[in-house]
Design a protein around this ligand. Structure first.
Ligand SMILES: NC(=O)C1=CN([C@@H]2O[C@H](COP(=O)(O)OP(=O)(O)OC[C@H]3O[C@@H](n4cnc5c(N)ncnc54)[C@H](O)[C@@H]3O)[C@@H](O)[C@H]2O)C=CC1
Ligand SMILES: O=C(O)CCC(=O)C(=O)O
Length: 447
């Protein structure tokens, strides 16, 4: 694909101003490569330097997070919050606690979040945050002290109308609880709308935990329908075994699929009988053990250290772990085995050359900013419930999620068609997300 000269200049400036931030470069590049047709059709975007402005976050906050471990040793981590764009609503996006976190990762996630949130059609800006803190192997008390220290700084930057964090890798209901507790204590306000992903007993929404994984599978189902197929009876592999992966397995099984593999950062499990989700949840969520423990308790399951789920033949592949985890070599294995659809539950899990291979082979491919938007959309539903002091039923909330995912699918498909790339959900998602943000930027002036 030839890239528009204006867009090439924007990307070169991104490289110059953000040295070493390779994930951020990759995320910007993917969007820039899609926007040529819309920049030609709507010159006012270029005149207003919309993309130049979007490549620079509105605010980047970096702070020290000191805390004391169980043996009394003082530890120091680095905290981040990148408040990326607020033209559509308060900054909204998760917090990631993982040793790999640095500014380039938070900026890539924040950039993706802006377009994703726009695609939902809801009043949400985009942001992301996190820390290089590793919660694995830490006691509850250590995680609590870390979260309290992290929030002691973050509290001055967030709020229902300014910036609303949620979870991501390494941040689940436990961490959101400690963060919310400290926020409440510092501000002396029960401001439920300041964080999402809360426990249902203290202001959370039913379905938020399940929403990202469920939404990813619902998106895959919508794509399959365009080829008169459905998930029922298809063989599925899922990478990861965290929040997104487990709930992707759950929804795929509910739709009648046969899910045979999942993984963690150490290895993969293959279970030809179909994954036993209750056992998997027991191992991963209740006991916080690696997936190897699942295979040890399941007679026909096989565990392979360092193995990847992409070597397992499947018709649907759902990368739900982390960025750049599905490479060109993996894509070739999946294509050779006859994969029909790939939907990204994680953010940017498929490398650009792997995406190109899938698209060249007409494999249905859903980018994360569309396929995994069910999580943030359900966070917006949580904020609606908080604002109206209400609590919706599981069925009602799930129905809202399903309607939102169908809407995102149809918006991406229609936009791709309109801009001459039928069936290309990457182009559809990027242009549909971009135009919503860009139109708001034109309306709000140079800010
Ligand atoms: N939690 C949410 O609502 C949303 C999460 N996401 C994305 O989904 C992905 C997963 O997030 P969560 O499930 O929330 O995190 P999590 O912390 O619950 O789970 C992460 C999982 O990935 C596994 N993992 C990490 N590196 C791996 C590797 N190299 N190979 C195989 N497995 C690996 C971990 O073992 C763990 O099972 C991330 O990319 C995140 O940004 C996207 C949208 C919303
Ligand atoms: O629910 C949210 O606010 C954020 C979810 C998130 O971090 C994501 O969509 O990547």
């Amino acid at each position: 694909m030839t890239v528009h000269p204006r867009l090439t200049a924007v990307f070169e400036e991104v490289l110059r101003r953000n040295p070493g931030e390779t994930e951020f470069h990759q995320a910007v590049r993917e969007v820039v490569d899609s926007l040529g047709p819309v920049i030609d059709a709507r010159p006012e975007y270029a005149d207003a330097a919309v993309l130049e402005r979007l490549c620079e976050p509105e605010r980047q906050i970096i702070f020290r997070v000191p805390w004391v471990d169980d043996s009394g040793v003082i530890r120091v981590n680095r905290g981040f919050r990148v408040e990326y764009s607020s033209v559509l609503g308060p900054y909204k996006g998760g917090l990631r606690f993982h040793p790999s976190v640095y500014l380039g990762i938070v900026k890539f996630l924040g950039f993706e979040q802006v377009f994703k949130n726009a695609l939902t059609g809801m009043p949400l800006g985009g942001g992301k945050g996190g820390s290089d803190f590793d919660p694995r192997g830490r006691s509850d008390a250590e995680v609590m002290r870390f979260c309290q220290s992290f929030m002691t700084e973050l509290a001055r930057h967030i709020g229902e109308y300014t910036d609303v964090p949620a979870g991501d890798i390494g941040v689940g209901t436990r961490e959101i609880g400690y963060l919310f507790g400290q926020y409440k204590r510092i501000t002396n306000r029960y401001e439920s709308g300041a964080l999402t992903g809360k426990g249902v007993e203290w202001g959370g929404s039913l379905v938020r935990t399940e929403a990202t994984g469920y939404g990813t599978v619902l998106f895959a189902e919508e794509m399959l329908h365009t080829r008169d197929r459905s998930m029922a009876g298809l063989r599925v592999v899922v990478s990861g075994s965290g929040n997104v992966a487990l709930h992707a397995v759950e929804k795929a099984q509910q739709l009648g699929a046969h899910v045979v593999a999942c993984s963690d950062s150490h290895g993969a499990v293959l279970d030809e009988d179909g994954l036993d989700l209750d056992l998997l949840k027991q191992v991963r969520l209740a006991e916080r053990l690696p997936v190897r423990a699942y295979a040890e308790r399941r007679p026909n399951a096989r565990y392979s250290p360092d193995a990847r789920v992409w070597d397992v033949p499947a018709e649907v592949a759902l990368p739900c772990a982390t960025q750049n985890e599905l490479t060109a070599a993996d894509a070739k294995s999946l294509i050779a085995a006859g994969v029909l659809a790939v939907a990204e539950g994680a953010n940017m899990p498929t490398t650009p050359d792997a995406v190109e291979l899938f698209q060249n082979e007409r494999v249905l491919f859903a980018p994360g900013k569309a396929a995994n938007a069910g999580g943030v959309a359900t966070s917006a539903l949580e904020m609606q419930q908080n604002a109206s002091r209400d609590a919706w039923t599981f069925d009602y909330t799930e129905q809202r999620l399903a309607d939102i995912m169908r809407g995102i699918h149809d918006r991406c498909a229609a936009t791709a068609e309109e801009f001459g790339a039928p069936g290309d959900y990457v182009v559809g998602a990027n242009i549909a997300g971009f135009t919503r943000v860009a139109d708001a930027m034109l309306a709000l002036g140079v800010i």
